[in-house]
Design a protein around this ligand. Structure first.
Ligand code: C5P
Length: 226
């Protein structure tokens, strides 16, 4: 069986940065499932499909082909061949992604697309329901948490680095609303799997979180080669 490590949790907990570091150390593939939902939201807004048009939304969901590229220094997200890495990082796209993600039929279309990323030698999958729904048999499941204050500050910094301006109070409110929608929805809500390891990253730097995660990996897979 091809091994999978799942990294779930709300936005701004550092899932993306941790997943990238682990996939590089392990030499595995990576699935940023949030980017898939964001790519769908981006396509829906580009094509001006109404959120009431279920058939149209499903057509877009079926048509998107998302790839993750990583040369070891920089990672990018391609949608049907177009680099959308920065275009999908706005809070507007995040909010639309989270609204679309509440639909059972959309999730069903994206479920298979997510599972198709599983390839040898292994997959690091990050999202909200990787450990509960998409890869329930994953060898290691990590669920990250952090205080809303810290998550908002991290998001603000990430957006600034990408040249996107945002206001902290508004960001914080949007993150809280998105958490609420993601954890309360009926279909595959965000929650830790029963067998997940919970890591609170509040006050921790990326290196510290990576090292905690690597300890968990070593208990499952043996010593890592750096
Ligand atoms: O992680 P990110 O902020 O990029 O995710 C955007 C949105 O996509 C989330 O707020 C969530 O609603 C949705 N999502 C999801 N299931 C996943 C990953 C993301 O519902 N596995």
């Amino acid at each position: 069986m091809i091994p999978v490590i799942t990294i779930d949790g709300p936005g701004g907990t550092g899932k993306g940065s941790l997943s990238l570091r682990l996939k590089r150390t392990l030499g595995w593939f990576m699935l940023d499932s949030g980017a898939l939902y964001r790519a769908l939201a981006f396509s829906v807004s580009e094509r001006d499909v109404s959120s009431q048009d279920e058939k149209g939304l499903l057509e877009v969901a079926r048509s998107i082909n998302v790839e993750f590229l990583d040369d070891g220094l920089q990672s990018s997200v391609l949608l049907n061949g177009q680099d959308i890495s920065n275009l999908i990082r706005t809070e507007d796209i995040g909010t639309l992604a989270s609204k679309l993600a509440a639909s059972a039929s959309i999730r069903a279309v994206l479920l298979q697309k997510q599972r198709d990323f599983l390839k040898s030698p292994g997959l690091v999958a990050d999202g909200r329901d990787m450990g509960t729904t998409v890869f329930p048999d994953a060898a290691l499941k990590i669920f990250l948490t952090a205080s809303i204050e810290e998550r908002s500050l991290r998001r603000l910094k990430q957006l600034k680095e990408k040249g996107i301006t945002a206001r902290l109070a508004r960001l914080s409110q949007e993150i809280a609303e998105r958490d609420n929608r993601d954890s309360k929805r009926e279909e595959s809500p965000m929650r830790p799997a029963k067998d997940a390891e919970i890591l609170d990253t509040t006050g921790l730097g990326l290196d510290e979180v990576v090292s905690l995660a690597e300890k968990l990996i070593e208990t499952r897979f043996g010593k890592l080669q750096h």
